[in-house]
Design a protein around this ligand. Structure first.
Ligand SMILES: C[S@@+](CC[C@H](N)C(=O)[O-])C[C@H]1O[C@@H](n2cnc3c(N)ncnc32)[C@H](O)[C@@H]1O
Length: 196
């Protein structure tokens, strides 16, 4: 087990999971509800308890994949969702993952990495590599300012900073204040859509 896996496993083991809202978030639910093509290959990296994957699966999206660096969350997702194919629940480091998807979903994954320029740039590059032609990365990014504290998650940032990473790898980049965040995140989230 590497140190990142240890860190996140410990967070789950000790119940320090303040990011876990216990259900699908309202912006992602609204986004999924307007998707027509249920054959899309969808990846949710850093999925945690993966409420979004459960929602998609139960609504007929059969090519949904979850990925997390912690084995236990993958195992409990499979236990709680026995009809979900176990080969679509992947225990792996995102940066080692190989695959090709039409849609990748971001929710409180980006903000979990130390806010270093090279890590953030590597995230944008890896996302682009995992998407097929015209594939999209869609989801939520926090907008509160970085404090310089390199331990206290979630880490924020600005729209301008985020776009500087994505513009190098995506042909179309769009971010706007999220209008339908869950109440505790209201005013602190950007909705983003990046097309390869
Ligand atoms: C802040 S939590 C968010 C979980 C989930 N997206 C949610 O909103 O409830 C970050 C998640 O990313 C996972 N993670 C962190 N680094 C990872 C990596 N390099 N590869 C895959 N998963 C990773 C952690 O185990 C954790 O489940």
């Amino acid at each position: 087990m590497n140190s990142d896996e240890n860190y996140w496993k410990d967070r789950y083991d000790t119940g320090r999971t303040g990011w876990d809202i216990g259900s699908i978030s309202t912006p992602l639910k609204a986004y999924f509800d307007q998707l027509k093509d249920r054959s899309l290959r969808i990846l949710i990296p850093g999925a945690g308890n993966a409420y979004e994957a459960r929602y998609l699966w139960e609504n007929g999206f059969k090519n949904v994949f979850i990925l997390d660096i912690v084995q236990d969350v993958i195992t409990s997702f499979i236990q709680d969702n026995p009809s979900f194919p176990s080969d679509q629940a992947i225990h792996e480091d995102f940066f080692q993952h190989e695959g090709q998807y039409d849609l990748i979903i971001e929710q409180t994954f980006f903000c979990s990495f130390p806010p270093l320029k090279n890590t953030r740039a590597a995230y944008a590059k890896k996302m682009s590599q995992l998407l097929g032609q015209n594939g999209q990365l869609v989801g939520l990014w926090f907008t509160f300012p970085l404090t310089g504290d390199m331990e206290k998650r979630p880490f924020g940032g600005t729209q301008e900073e985020y776009l500087s990473y994505f513009e190098a790898h995506f042909s179309s980049c769009h971010m706007e204040p999220c209008y339908n965040s869950i109440p505790p995140r209201q005013g602190n989230e950007l909705w983003g859509r990046f097309r390869k």
